[in-house]
Design a binder for this molecule. Structure first.
Ligand code: ADP
Length: 483
């Protein structure tokens, strides 16, 4: 059966290396962003711990890779089942360290578990190939082999899902992993390790070191033993890590920032567009890399859409996830709050008008009012940088050509959205947008079965789907002669 783990046993504070929990000499506090309360002091790791974890992952690799795909599959699937069996406890811990509403945290547990289920299935389908040979008495074979030890560095906005989206395909393919979770949200990661152990994932296959990001990152990127880095986070840090990986020429998967446009054409279904706008913009309090950053609304429905949108935003309930049923939580930290405030004041100083919100929430801390701005223009910071907060900036446009040029006028290309009921326009715009993912009459696009990833400076590689496992596999070609 599926055991529930005692919630207190899911709360860990050490590193997880080679199947053992170790405390470090130094610690740092992990806080609830809604209250500032210190949840627990966790071990603060550095270069030595990272080195140790890499050693454990390297030692565990041969035996893990030698298991049959079906054996690996069973363990990875079991890990996902244990997540679902412990959904409430994981969701509560996630909300406590990250701040997102409980309903969203429950959704994230299921989303995170879905990658373990999906890649447990894909583990069995890492097929090779036989190529007709150009030489007589010979065969050409292609094998797909695990890349080896993988390092993963993950962000705080999805403390569970960003880990399983990497660990599931890596372990399924036969790789072992060292994870450095975000310092802001290590507790969800450590809870995952408790469940991995319970699922029978052998010692050393999945290791976690948290703490000093720069020191741990240097070891992971500089190591000869680590063959691949999979990173999700800011474009700035992604570029830095890619540079650090160049000396050892690691394979790279980078899931970086976006600047998502959301285009509402005159012929759109306004109610559907408002629903999509709410879901995409305000999910996780605006703190996702696929959150809309720029709303482009055609002149004919500009007023109707922005009024209906503002009306919906006024109804959002803001609060501490652990004390009630809310739609919005706090921002992750002071720096995030500062950026949101800066984007709003810059926009207002350049002519934007506030329809709703616009300032810090009466709850204080890092809570910010869900905000809709109209009259936004291309010279504003909010048009150029990812706000990563609950602020919707609405731009007016007239023609399709004009809005496509504006939408693509950014170094980023992660997600884009548009609403129209015209079939010819649907195909034209979908192909013209420079973006790895496009939501058409749909604001939520994340699912384990589809390839998630960006173009331009939004990153390299894809996660999830049948393509996701390729990131953890190398091709090996065998020329078999003398037959
Ligand atoms: P954000 O600014 O949204 O926190 P980051 O890209 O800085 O985004 O963080 C994403 C992840 O990258 C986190 O786990 C963080 O600790 C890690 N990180 C940040 N800087 C470095 C670095 N120099 N080396 C290794 N990891 C880093």
């Amino acid at each position: 059966g599926n055991q529930k783990i005692d919630a207190t046993n899911l709360l860990r504070s050490g590193h997880y290396m080679d199947g053992a929990w170790c405390s470090g000499s130094e610690t740092y506090p992990v806080c609830n962003p809604a209250t500032g309360e210190v949840i627990v002091q966790v071990a603060k790791g550095g270069a030595a711990e990272a080195q140790q974890a890499v050693g454990a992952a390297a030692a565990a690799f041969p035996a893990w890779r030698a298991l049959t795909a079906k054996e690996r599959s069973n363990k990875v699937r079991r890990w996902g089942e244990l997540m679902l069996a412990n959904r409430e406890a994981l969701a509560e811990l996630l909300s406590r360290e990250q701040g997102k509403p409980l309903a969203e945290a429950r959704g994230e547990v299921a989303y995170a578990a879905s990658f373990l289920e999906w890649f447990a299935e894909e583990a069995k389908r890492v097929y090779g190939d036989v190529i007709p040979s150009t030489l007589p008495n010979s065969r050409i074979l292609v094998l797909r082999e695990p890349v080896g030890v993988v390092a993963a560095i993950t962000p705080w906005n999805f403390p569970l899902a960003m880990i399983t989206r990497k660990a599931a395909p890596a372990l399924a393919a036969g790789c072992t992993m060292v994870l450095k979770p975000s310092e802001e949200t290590p507790l969800s990661a450590l809870a995952l390790a408790v469940l991995a152990e319970q699922a029978g994932i052998p010692a050393g296959v999945f290791n976690i070191v948290s703490g000093d990001a720069v020191a741990i990152g240097s070891v992971l990127t500089g190591s000869d033993v680590v063959r691949k880095l999979s990173f999700t986070g800011s474009t700035r840090t992604g570029k830095l890590l890619a540079r650090q990986c160049s000396d050892t020429l690691k394979k790279l998967s980078l899931e970086l920032g976006g600047n998502a446009p959301f285009i509402v054409f005159d012929d759109a279904d306004i109610d559907a567009a408002v629903r999509g706008a709410m879901a995409s913009k305000f999910r996780n309090t605006g703190q996702t890399c696929v959150c809309v950053n720029r709303f482009y609304v055609q002149s004919g429905i500009y007023d109707a859409f922005t009024q209906a949108f503002a009306e919906a935003v006024r109804k959002l309930r803001v609060g501490n996830a652990l004390t009630g049923d809310f739609d919005q939580g706090p921002l992750i930290n002071e720096a995030a709050l500062h950026k949101v405030q800066q984007h709003v004041s810059d926009a207002v100083s350049k002519g934007a008008q506030v329809l709703v919100g616009g300032k810090r929430h009466v709850l204080g801390g890092t809570f910010f009012e869900p905000t809709v701005l109209v009259n936004a223009s291309a010279d504003m910071l909010i048009a150029q940088e990812e706000t990563f907060g609950p602020v919707a900036a609405c731009f007016r446009f007239d023609t399709e050509a004009e809005v496509i040029a504006a939408a693509n006028d950014t170094p980023f290309g992660l997600s884009a959205y548009f609403y129209t009921r015209d079939m010819a326009r649907t195909w034209r715009v979908a192909s013209a947008l420079e973006s790895g993912m496009v939501g058409i009459n749909e604001g939520i696009i994340s699912t384990e079965v589809a390839p998630f990833g960006g173009v331009k400076q939004s990153g390299l590689g894809r996660e999830g789907s049948k393509y996701g496992i390729d990131e953890y596999v190398e091709l090996k070609y065998l020329m078999l002669g003398g037959l």
